[in-house]
Design a protein around this ligand. Structure first.
Ligand SMILES: [Zn+2]
Length: 214
């Protein structure tokens, strides 16, 4: 019951931007005419605002990854998390005219970091609460492993994705923060191979196929 797509579908997702790598990723996506989903954080610079607008204008989806991404703050209480989430929501609305209904929890919905700061029940309360409030949250079922090192080996990123994709829905986790240069380098090979294998690319919406760890 999670809207399993009837075709081989890839949902590319990029967390933690905007950064200079986001621009390079947008250029690559444009070249291959592929759409993706960006779970962004708060960046109040002119550069950041430009990137949010470009993501929206080029037909990609923007998701809410909290304004601060500060584990200690967002996972200190339910109120603190929702306040940070709303802060980004309002900011994105003022800058790019969008109020994302899609969320990715920093660290994932079952994050041990969330449990460390907020207690074992906090993450459970948060997932229930956001669904009740009309959001959908997305974990992933394919990891590029680009977060297990500050800058991961390009070949590891390529192989991790290409080995783990399967028929049906694939929500692929990448990061587009500033050290993730090899994620950018790995992306063309990954897209070319997946197109060759007959996958279609789609953006996440509130009603999309989803993966929940919790
Ligand atoms: Zn993150």
């Amino acid at each position: 019951m999670n809207n399993f797509p009837d075709k081989k579908t890839i949902y590319l997702t990029f967390d933690d931007g905007p950064s200079k790598n986001t621009i390079k990723i947008l250029d690559i996506l444009k070249k291959y005419k592929v759409k993706a989903t960006f779970f962004v954080c708060g960046n109040t610079t002119e550069f950041g605002k430009k990137v949010y607008k470009r993501i929206v204008n080029e037909g990609h989806a923007i998701g809410n990854h909290t304004f601060s991404h500060n584990y200690k703050v967002i996972y200190s209480s339910e109120e603190a998390f929702l306040k940070d989430l709303k802060k980004l929501e309002n900011f994105l609305f003022s800058v790019a005219g969008v109020k994302p209904k899609i969320i990715r929890f920093p660290g994932g919905s079952n994050t041990s970091i969330g449990k460390k700061y907020g207690g074992i029940k906090l993450t459970e309360r948060l997932t229930t609460k956001v669904l009740l409030d009309g959001y959908q949250y997305f974990d992933w079922n394919v990891s590029s492993r680009d977060a297990t090192k500050v800058t991961q080996d390009k070949e590891i990123i390529i192989n991790s994705v290409l080995q783990d994709v399967k028929d049906g829905g694939n929500i692929v986790l990448f990061h587009d923060s500033w050290p993730k240069t090899t994620t950018v380098e790995a992306l063309p090979t990954i897209i070319e191979e997946l197109l060759k294998r007959g996958y279609r690319f789609d953006i996440l919406t509130k009603d999309s196929f989803y993966v929940h760890f919790l």
